[in-house]
Design a protein around this ligand. Sequence first.
Ligand SMILES: [Cu+2]
Length: 165
Amino acid sequence: MITRTRTIASIGIAVLAAVYGWLIANADAATEPPLQIETPWIRESPPGVPALAAYMVLTNNSDAAVQIKEITSPLFAKTELHETIQKDGVAMMQARKQFVIPARKTMKLQPGGYHIMLLNPQQPLRAGDKVPLAILLDNGSKIALDVEVHPASHDKPHNMSHGGH
Ligand SMILES: [Cu+2]
């Protein structure tokens, strides 16, 4: 009887230790999001153009690839993940189903490359306005941020030739 009680007690302790370890692991995951977002900005569009582009630097601090499945904003009817590519010397935009950031890698969304296309704004947006964005990841987590609209000239020192998005 004594032996059996001891066995049950040690199983109980082992289970508690396992649960405690799991809680600690999850607390760590919660304090450090897998995706770090730096220098987010939205490029102002000329009046009457119903599309703006959002740019940012995404760094995956985890050991697994992170996928951005969707971006939402209450200020836009629709958003899309785009990549600008050169085809026969002409810049064209292609929609992507997701953006994949490999483990421990950085992905730059910038004029002339990957960007978030924000379509049909509910109100005119000018430089200085703040736009709430929610980034939805494949693991179900959501990153919310407010992104400021900058004048279109913001990117010119980096990319003179990119006229569209
Ligand atoms: Cu685009």
